[in-house]
Design a protein around this ligand. Structure first.
Ligand SMILES: [Ca+2]
Ligand SMILES: [Ca+2]
Ligand SMILES: [Ca+2]
Length: 207
């Protein structure tokens, strides 16, 4: 009996130890919430760090990347990029000296104005500016340099829609109804006619 009792005691002790081990393991598992690992991962690749790095590397106005801001080389480099003759500058943000997150001819004029004593390029307002051919307000379909909206723009739009069907130089300028996703259509033509001859309602801003 004694040896049987001893064996039973040993089994009980071993089972208790096993249960204790399970209990400890269980306690450890519960002490590490699943969210913790996810939070650590996110923190290690936090986007604000990346944004700050990108921001710190910006030199708006230095389009040609030689670390000199607002020189004739920058103006020319921007002009050639906008005309589609040269590829995008290494740092797109450097081609957005007016900091509106759009790269267009206004940025070219901003640099030229700075060269003549105008305000300096703004610093880091946009991480990834987009190139756009549209300047301020829609309607300048024929892309005349004075940005006028007149009968020649109407002719260009009619020609594009119904006559030669020639692709537009800058479809964003023809987005007179502000619905670019739906394409350039008779609705844009109606908006331009209303602007020029009927209600004189202003055309929408470029997008
Ligand atoms: Ca430069
Ligand atoms: Ca800009
Ligand atoms: Ca025009």
């Amino acid at each position: 009996m004694d040896s049987k009792c001893a064996r039973i005691s040993i089994v009980v002790v071993l089972m208790s130890a096993a249960l204790a081990t399970v209990a400890v393991s269980s306690t450890v598992d519960k002490s590490i919430p699943s969210d913790t690992a996810r939070i650590v991962t996110v923190t290690s690749t936090a986007s604000p760090v990346a944004l700050a790095d990108t921001c710190l590397g910006q030199l708006p106005g230095d389009v040609n990347g030689n670390t000199i801001i607002g020189e004739i080389g920058d103006a020319n480099r921007l002009l050639l990029y906008l005309a589609g003759i040269e590829p995008a500058p290494t740092r797109l943000s450097n081609a957005d000296p007016n900091g509106d997150c759009r790269i267009n001819y206004q940025d070219y004029y901003y640099i030229r104005n700075y060269m003549s004593g105008g305000p300096a390029p703004v610093t880091c307002t946009c991480v990834e500016p987009k190139k756009t051919c549209c300047v301020e307000w829609t309607g300048n379909v024929d892309k005349d340099p004075e940005e006028r909206v007149d009968i020649s723009d109407l002719s260009a739009l009619i020609d594009h829609l119904f006559i030669s069907l020639t692709p537009l130089t800058c479809p964003q300028e023809a987005d007179c109804d502000g619905q670019l996703k739906e394409g350039i259509s008779i609705s844009d033509l109606s908006a331009m006619i209303a602007n020029l001859f009927i209600s004189f309602a202003p055309l929408p801003e470029c997008r």
